[in-house]
Each structure stands twice: as structure tokens, then as C-alpha cells.
Design a protein around this ligand. Structure first.
Ligand code: PMV
Length: 310
């Protein structure tokens, strides 16, 4: 059996997480060099090998087995008698889309195994089905940015809109080292919203308006204003109770060290935060973030040739 590998990228949310669940727009960006890989290896029966775990079809309720079944049903093929080894560089439960990336890499490997080219829209739908099992009410932003691997302006239920005409820029991504399940923060926001729908709809609408303004800033290269929008977005996420002391400490350190703006990214309560800062500040900012408790800081170049360095 010839070696076969498939992969999928990580992602960050620049602006608009949580409010996106309530149909406000959000901007997401792929991280093309931080990836999850799925590798085909010989086996008599289908199995997914994830870290120490061997997941077989008898484990019918496992989200990755559901994915395996969905993909094979869709392409009208039997479950493949192969071992799918998953190897991911993406920290889990950290707002970087690890779950959707692993699912996408596996689905791509199954298609490659059968020599089937799946339209991206179909793959996106299949991954969204798996996301629903992980997160219960996902907006679909993670699977969409990861499957298409392009910056997107995402609105739940609307056709995907790519953000392709903007000035390239650099971001710093700092990890708190704390893992936090997105479904918990999403459920807590849902409870708040159900208690006071008007109050929280106003917050979601303000976040949506930051996103629209942020898109215009990206297009005209207005980083100072984009930064201010990010910082305001962080304050609104604090009101939604999805920040935490560690994320706030990193945001404060970034702002105290000359950042244009900073915010948490993703589900929150841990995971990663992002910083927009002038080029000259990037090195000292990286040190400041480590000093404020970050366990890892990455530089990402966002633009036509997205890449990042650790
Ligand atoms: O998977 P995460 O942690 O990047 O969060 C996804 C973004 C949320 O808006 C919090 C949830 C969603 O489904 O859009």
C-alpha cells in the first residue's frame, strides 16, 4: 500500500466569535503552516489512531466514527480497511480549530484513498455535521475557514464570502496554556442570552458592527483602527463572561507594550489571544507576552502568502 497523507490547517478568529452563533458576521483566518495530518497505514479493519487511542467502528457514537460513516456514505464506498493515523500540531481546545482540522484531514484522506474528489462545499457540510456533535450549536465558522483555507467573512447560513483584497499584516498569537471546551462557553452565553435577549442582542449587534468596520480597515490598511476594534471586541467578550484572568493579563501586557489592539480568539476562558502591533514592536511584544504568562507565542503573516514562524 502506497503512503498517503492528507492534512488541514488551523485557524484564528480575528473578530466576531460568539456573536457569530447569533448570525452576526465574523472574520476568520487560516493558519496554513500549523496543521493536522492523517496518514494511511495498512490494517485488516478500519481504525482511527489518535494519540494513544484506537477508535474502531464499534465505537459508533464517537464523533470521528460518525465522520467516517458520513464520508463513506456520501461517496458511496465501504468503510476503508486501513489504519488512519492522526498527528496534529494544533493545540486542542485552544480556539485554533483543532477538532475541525482533524476531521477535515481524515475526510480528505478517505477521499484520497478512494481516489474521489469531493467538492469543497460537500466536504464543508460533512465536517459541519461532525462539528455539531462536538459543539452542539456551532456557527460553522471553523469548518468553513479550515476547509477552504482562505480568510473569510462568515455569516451563519449565508454563502461563504472570501476576504481576498486586503493589505497583508502581522499578528502575534499567544497561548495561555489553558484548555477550555468551546461548548461550555457557548452554552453559558446561550443562558445569558435567554435570560435577557434584548441586552445580549445589543452586544452581539455591536460585535457585528466591529466586524464590518474591521473588514474596511483590513482593506485600507488602517491597523490602528483595526487594533482599537479588536480591543473593544475583547471588552465585549469579557461582558459575555468568556474571557479569564490569564487572557486579560496577556491583553493588558500587549496594550501596555504598544500594541494597536489585542483580544482573545475563539471560544475563550483560556486558549489563545491575538495581538496586532507595529512591526518594530513585535520582538519586544513577544517577550512581554511570555513575561505575562504565555506558554507559546507565534508570529503569523496574514495576506496572500500566509505563513507563520514559531
Ligand atoms: O472552536 P473555537 O474555540 O475557535 O470557537 C469557535 C467560535 C465560537 O464563535 C465561540 C463558536 C462558534 O461555533 O462559532
Amino acid at each position: 500500500m502506497k503512503p498517503l497523507v492528507a492534512s488541514a490547517c488551523a485557524k484564528i478568529i480575528l473578530l466576531g466569535e460568539h456573536a457569530v452563533v447569533y448570525r452576526q458576521p465574523a472574520i476568520a483566518i487560516p493558519l496554513s503552516t500549523l496543521r493536522a495530518y492523517a496518514t494511511r497505514q495498512p490494517s485488516d479493519t478500519p481504525v482511527i489512531v489518535l494519540q494513544e487511542e484506537r477508535i474502531t467502528p464499534s465505537n459508533a457514537t464517537h464523533p470521528l466514527i460518525t465522520l467516517l460513516n458520513l464520508v463513506c456514505e456520501f461517496i458511496q464506498q465501504p468503510l476503508p480497511p486501513i489504519a488512519i493515523h492522526v498527528d496534529s500540531q494544533i493545540p486542542i481546545a485552544s480556539g485554533l480549530g483543532s477538532g475541525a482540522a482533524i476531521a477535515t484531514a481524515i475526510a480528505r484522506l478517505i477521499c484520497a484513498h478512494y481516489n474521489v474528489t469531493l467538492p469543497q462545499a460537500s466536504l464543508n457540510n460533512l465536517i459541519y455535521e461532525t462539528e455539531k456533535i462536538f459543539h452542539s450549536t456551532p456557527s460553522g465558522i471553523d469548518n468553513t475557514v479550515i476547509v477552504y483555507e482562505k480568510p473569510i467573512l462568515f455569516v451563519k447560513g449565508a454563502p461563504v464570502e472570501f476576504v481576498d483584497k486586503f493589505q497583508p499584516f502581522k499578528l502575534l498569537i499567544a497561548n495561555t496554556g489553558i484548555t477550555a471546551p468551546t461548548y461550555e462557553s457557548v452554552s453559558d452565553v446561550r443562558r445569558l442570552y435567554e435570560r435577557s435577549p434584548e441586552e445580549y442582542s445589543t452586544i452581539f449587534a455591536e460585535i457585528g458592527s466591529l466586524v464590518t468596520q474591521g473588514l474596511a480597515c483590513m482593506q485600507r490598511g488602517d491597523w490602528q483602527t483595526l487594533g482599537a476594534l479588536m480591543t473593544r471586541n475583547h471588552a465585549l467578550l469579557q461582558t459575555l463572561t468568556v474571557s479569564c484572568a490569564e487572557l486579560d493579563a496577556l491583553v493588558e501586557a500587549a496594550l501596555a507594550n504598544g500594541a494597536w489592539g489585542a483580544k482573545l480568539s475563539g471560544g475563550g476562558r483560556g486558549g489563545n489571544m491575538i495581538v496586532l502591533a507595529p512591526e518594530a514592536q513585535i520582538e519586544s511584544m513577544t517577550q512581554a507576552l511570555y513575561a505575562a504568562g504565555a506558554v507559546h507565542v507565534m508570529q503569523v503573516e496574514v495576506g496572500e502568502h500566509d505563513h507563520h514562524t514559531a
